[in-house]
Design a protein around this ligand. Sequence first.
Ligand SMILES: NC(=O)C1=CN([C@@H]2O[C@H](COP(=O)(O)OP(=O)(O)OC[C@H]3O[C@@H](n4cnc5c(N)ncnc54)[C@H](O)[C@@H]3O)[C@@H](O)[C@H]2O)C=CC1
Ligand SMILES: O=C(O)C(=O)Cc1ccc(O)cc1
Length: 305
Amino acid sequence: MSQVYDRVALIGLGLIASSMFWAIKRAGLAGEVTGFARSAETRETAREIGLCDRVCDSAAEAVEGADLVVLCVPVGAMGAVAAEIAPVLKPGATVSDVGSVKKDVIDAVAPHLPDGVHFVPAHPLAGTEHSGPRSGFAELFENRFTLIVPVEGTDREAVERLEQFWQGMGAKTEEMDAEHHDLVLAVTSHAPHLIAYTMVGVADDLRRVTDSEVIRYSAAGFRDFTRIAASDPTMWRDVFLHNKEATLEILGRFTEELFALQRAIRTGDGDHLFDYFTRTRAIRRGIIEAGQDTDAPDFGRVKRG
Ligand SMILES: NC(=O)C1=CN([C@@H]2O[C@H](COP(=O)(O)OP(=O)(O)OC[C@H]3O[C@@H](n4cnc5c(N)ncnc54)[C@H](O)[C@@H]3O)[C@@H](O)[C@H]2O)C=CC1
Ligand SMILES: O=C(O)C(=O)Cc1ccc(O)cc1
């Protein structure tokens, strides 16, 4: 893959930006990559590990002359960063972001951007529970979707160039509108994270009664919850505050189903439980058969059927 942009600026040097940097370098997608993070400590770490060709001491300095600027900060900080960089954006540049929420981010960023700058929001559906400049790796986006969420009237060439850039980092790209994105992500990512946070919180309360049993005897399911519940508190606080409507809609449905299952347990309605679990098992098998579970261990594939 050859160079897609001459100069790229990454604002916020955490898991996503650092993974992007290593992936950009691996594929030679940019001539120069500049970076900025708010904390001096993060900038220092970035310089130490060679993250970015040039680490700048202000967002404006990093953005000056950039053809692509990617906002990689928590979703609640996107608007303020956009306001800060707006005066120095190069005419014809593309501004993008990687936020987990799209509607609120678009509403916060778009009003600050001058005419002649293309805004193409995006969301890589790839991540881990780790954060910070040391947590990134070049392979993070490989075979994962990056959803591109163009706003109405966006220049097609700018959209297609950004898609090419993400494909160069190994991602598959697809376009989606912001409202639909936020609902889909509420189901597939945001509500599941909240459920994991809750379950680990419940277990923690219980631990006070049973000492360390919860940790000592935790089985795989609970361990998965603890991994997810170890995700960055700032990032996830912002996700819930900015995808409020869709998350509450899904949690409402979740609660109804949970009550129905609770009732089936209380009344001994085994058929209800069996039918429900049969339906959910079919969904998992469908995902694996469609080849969309890149995390599935090999034994999962072999034992299928
Ligand atoms: N962690 C994940 O699994 C995924 C995260 N995302 C999204 O990517 C974005 C970044 O997330 P991560 O890289 O995981 O976070 P992170 O916590 O690893 O890094 C965020 C960086 O932004 C910096 N920052 C915070 N506020 C700032 C501000 N006002 N100005 C400049 N820098 C600021 C922090 O110091 C840190 O360096 C978030 O919007 C998140 O929703 C998207 C896909 C996956
Ligand atoms: O680590 C996990 O299980 C994730 O779910 C990663 C993730 C977190 C947030 C996103 O917006 C996209 C992907």
